[in-house]
Design a binder for this molecule. Structure first.
Ligand SMILES: CC(C)(COP(=O)(O)OP(=O)(O)OC[C@H]1O[C@@H](n2cnc3c(N)ncnc32)[C@H](O)[C@@H]1OP(=O)(O)O)[C@@H](O)C(=O)NCCC(=O)NCCS
Length: 231
């Protein structure tokens, strides 16, 4: 496959960590090629998505992940499978054995991100900003008191702040791997990030010894964030 046929490209390369942007616009040829790369379990999952957009996002992101993991791990597509941790976080296996590769995937609307990192405890999140949501209502359920106050005071920047907070918190939840089992209202982003700083050190209140680096990767097309464990 030539690079012109690829539907992903490096986005914000940074030292040893790489984030790929995945183009998720409808494209029947790409979708067909992507589907050919999925294994039996992944195809079964693909079939279970009722919404076409969700099918497309899954197939294009999973195939891009496969191709890039094979390059990094020096294996063939047939040798690569995925295992799933307790709350569904996928990890790579080569010939049935866990492989040394840390990655995380996020997709929303027509955009996807695939992040790779050196160590475990890594999460990325991408959220396309929709203007028509009940920001205060949802915020009262998923944000902590300081975050809710910042949202209430945000004026015309409310949608921007809502999605910025959402992506930062979800990147942390995904780095931890717990999914919805940890309420996002139980922790807050570092105060300096509420004031606009783009990155900071973070600790979950219930895990004070684990340090994470949290980064706001947002850009005009979408809100995005990355979190990785430092210790
Ligand atoms: C998977 C989860 C962690 C995120 O789901 P989402 O927002 O629908 O989806 P994203 O596109 O960001 O991420 C999906 C990808 O994350 C990965 N993933 C699945 N479970 C995961 C987990 N427990 N931890 C980390 N990553 C996970 C998968 O690769 C998945 O992609 P795939 O289905 O194509 O393989 C979801 O189960 C969840 O619990 N989200 C918490 C949402 C929340 O409370 N947000 C509030 C923020 S304030």
């Amino acid at each position: 496959m030539s690079s012109q046929d690829e539907w992903w490209s490096p986005w914000r390369p940074n030292g040893s960590s790489l984030v790929l942007h995945v183009d998720l616009r409808p494209h029947p040829d790409r979708e067909e090629r992507a589907l050919e790369l999925l294994d039996e379990h992944e195809r079964a999952r693909w079939k279970r998505f009722v919404v076409r957009g969700a099918r497309r996002r899954y197939a294009l992101c999973r195939a891009a992940l496969r191709i890039n993991l094979c390059q990094r791990l020096g294996c063939t597509n047939d040798e690569l499978t995925f295992g799933y941790r307790e709350h569904g976080k996928p990890f790579a296996m080569v010939n049935g054995r866990p492989a040394a590769a840390s990655f995380n995937v996020s997709h929303s609307g027509l955009h996807g991100l695939i992040g790779f990192a050196a160590g475990s405890g890594f999460g990325v999140d991408l959220e396309v900003r929709r203007p028509d949501r009940d920001f205060d209502g949802i915020g009262s359920r998923v944000y902590g008191p300081r975050e809710q106050r910042a949202l209430a005071d945000s004026g015309p920047g409310k949608a921007e702040l809502f999605y910025r907070l959402w992506s930062l918190k979800e990147a942390l939840i995904k780095a931890l791997g717990t999914g919805f089992s940890l309420s996002p209202a139980r922790f807050e982003v570092p105060p300096v990030m509420l004031e606009g700083q783009r990155s900071a050190i973070f600790r979950f209140p219930h895990l004070p010894h684990d340090q994470y680096r949290l980064e706001d990767l947002g850009e005009p097309r979408f809100a995005a964030a990355r979190a990785f464990r430092l210790s």
